[in-house]
Design a protein around this ligand. Structure first.
Ligand code: HEM
Ligand code: HEM
Length: 215
């Protein structure tokens, strides 16, 4: 019996993600699920999960400077030109190997991280904002009951003042926090669609490379 012939085509090299990339990925996913679905908005658990998310993001960003080659920012620069070239490659049915995120994936990764940074900064600012001085925005004095028009004006003033406070439920920080969270959800859907698309296109089960125990 002769030994089986070597395959004619060599398989592409498996993608390698180190344990820090894997751990930070799934911790961030867990924190988003927890704060998006479980914890009460603005509650103590919400804020603690938020701090854990912030620390994990910070660890991943430090890892982007000191980690192994494929985890470093230098391995996946944010480049619209490269992303366009990658799109052309997809359209032409060509495939090139990337040791790290492909150029489209790289743009997505930076978009997700930037959005998370906005969520963290606004969340931390709200969590540390002084309690709203409620008596400043209290109902107008009793005397205005007789003067309907004046009462309206004072009511409007109180509303304007509440808006200017900034840290309350309707404040701009909460608005930005919520808008960034909604943008994050859109990015996550696109990210997962991208992972599915890339898996089908490349024939490589790239999700396996993100799971524990695989290298
Ligand atoms: C990705 C994870 C997160 C999700 C999905 C999320 C989601 C939300 C949502 C939907 C709200 C309601 C916003 C509104 O009132 O209009 C909220 C409020 C809040 N979040 Fe987050 N959040 C996240 C991360 C964080 C982080 C990192 C912090 C801080 C460490 C934080 C602190 C707060 C605080 C203090 C509020 C209360 C705002 C208020 O007064 O209404 N969140 N969060
Ligand atoms: C909350 C949801 C998610 C967020 C915010 C998220 C975010 C990210 C980020 C930031 C990266 C870059 C990793 C790094 O370099 O550190 C990444 C990569 C990756 N994610 Fe997710 N992810 C989410 C859910 C998922 C899910 C559900 C899957 C599996 C279906 C998945 C599969 C992957 C894979 C395979 C990569 C590596 C892509 C590549 O090979 O270039 N992610 N994700």
């Amino acid at each position: 019996m002769t030994a089986p012939a070597a395959p004619l085509e060599t398989a592409p090299p498996p993608r390698r993600w180190d344990p820090v990339v894997k751990l930070t990925h799934w911790t961030i996913v867990g924190a988003i699920l927890a704060n998006g679905l479980i914890t009460e908005e603005g509650s103590t658990p919400h804020v603690w999960v938020g701090y854990a998310l912030a620390a994990t993001l910070a660890l991943r960003l430090i890892w982007g400077v000191i980690g192994p080659a494929e985890a470093r920012f230098a391995a996946f620069p944010p480049s619209p030109a490269r992303a366009l070239a990658h799109l052309r490659e997809i359209a032409q049915g060509r495939r090139s190997q990337h040791a790290s995120h492909n150029p489209l994936g790289a743009l997505m990764v930076y978009a997700i991280w930037s959005t998370l940074a906005v969520i963290v900064v606004t969340g931390v600012l709200m969590a540390n904002a002084p309690a709203e001085p409620k008596d400043l925005v209290a109902a107008p004095p009793a005397a205005v009951h007789s003067e309907a028009r004046e009462s309206d004006e004072i009511g409007e003033e109180a509303e304007a003042q509440e808006g200017a406070e900034g840290h309350g439920e309707e404040g701009p920080l909460a608005e930005v926090h919520e808008t960034a969270v909604n943008l994050l959800y859109v990015l996550i859907v696109l990210h997962i669609a991208g992972v599915v698309f890339e898996t089908r296109r490349s024939g490589r089960r790239i999700v396996l490379a993100m799971l524990p125990g695989r290298r």
